[in-house]
Design a protein around this ligand. Structure first.
Ligand code: ADP
Length: 283
């Protein structure tokens, strides 16, 4: 089967420092993949390369086997991070969703009856049809996420790319958004998202890509959420707990050793305090 997206030996840097090095990545139609890694790992950069917003310094990006050369691709629908959106912009839900009609909007500025029907169907599918005339400012985090999903879906993409769809919403809303993405995936949509919450990724994404400038590992959550891989990805001390068929990932708690010089009982001989135990007097 031809991959929907393929990155072949892709490297990219904003300056002299590489942000991504020798990335080989395939995503097949119907996959649901989560891109994880620490802040600065290059996750957003990788999404921008897939969206055609950046061009690799080396290597190639293919979508449906076609070389992507810095042009936005109509097969890819993008859902931006909610935190980057100006919510005071005076538009309604309906207007935001119709902005997604990228295939026709450039030639034909107003929506056809068919497009309005299609919008209604998508709003119903995402259970926000009752909000069509509402100003986007007046929506909850989960509703906002659905509006931007609808905006991407109206262009009938083959691939949905989402940048941190669970950032800035409460835990329950995050769960709902991830369930919704899993439903869309079951209906055939290919999904690539970045996500910082490893436990949410483990619970919802069938395929995980661990990134830190290069691809450290990829596979099913139970294959990649192991301490060695996580420690290499996050350059930290990670702990994996398996319980009742579920995976929990956490940074290992450190017994922080702090040093503090306390007032000296003997003038001129301060005592060093380590973790509440007085251990030494510097003489
Ligand atoms: P992530 O999404 O994993 O946090 P990014 O892709 O945003 O990582 O960033 C990867 C690296 O590229 C970081 O070192 C970041 O500082 C740098 N970077 C990102 N965007 C720019 C930019 N527009 N100009 C210069 N450096 C950038």
């Amino acid at each position: 089967m031809q991959p929907l997206i393929e990155l072949r030996q892709v490297s990219f840097g904003y300056g002299a420092e590489p942000a991504l090095e020798n990335i080989d990545l395939h995503l097949h139609p119907g996959q649901f993949a989560a891109l994880v890694g620490p802040s600065g790992a290059g996750k957003t950069t990788l999404l921008k390369l897939v969206l055609g917003g950046l061009q690799p310094n080396q290597g190639e990006v293919y979508i449906h086997g076609q070389l992507l050369n810095g042009q936005p691709n109509p097969h890819v629908g993008y859902v931006p991070q909610l935190e980057t959106i100006d919510w005071n912009f005076p538009v309604t839900v309906e207007q935001v969703v119709l902005m997604g009609r990228i295939r026709r909007a450039a030639i034909w500025p107003w929506p056809s009856m068919a497009e309005k029907r299609q919008m209604r169907t998508i709003l119903e599918q995402l259970e926000i049809d009752h909000l069509a005339q509402r100003h986007i400012r007046d929506l909850s985090g989960g509703q906002r996420q659905r509006v931007f999903l609808a905006r991407a879906l109206i262009a009938e993409p083959d691939l949905l790319v989402l940048d941190e769809p669970t950032a800035g919403v409460d835990m329950r809303t995050a769960e709902n958004v991830l369930h919704l993405l899993a439903d869309l995936n079951r209906q055939g949509m290919t999904v690539l998202m970045t996500i910082h919450d490893l436990n949410a990724a483990a619970a919802h994404a069938p395929w995980i890509v661990c990134l830190n400038r290069r691809i450290i590992a990829q596979g099913r959550p139970e294959e990649v959420f192991v301490e060695d891989i996580l420690n290499e990805t996050y350059r930290g001390d990670m702990m994996v707990i398996r319980q009742d068929g579920m995976l929990f990932v956490q940074q290992r708690p450190h017994s922080h050793t702090y040093h503090e010089v306390v007032p000296d009982p003997v003038p001129g001989h301060p005592i060093e305090k380590v973790n509440d135990g007085y251990i030494s007097a510097s003489v």
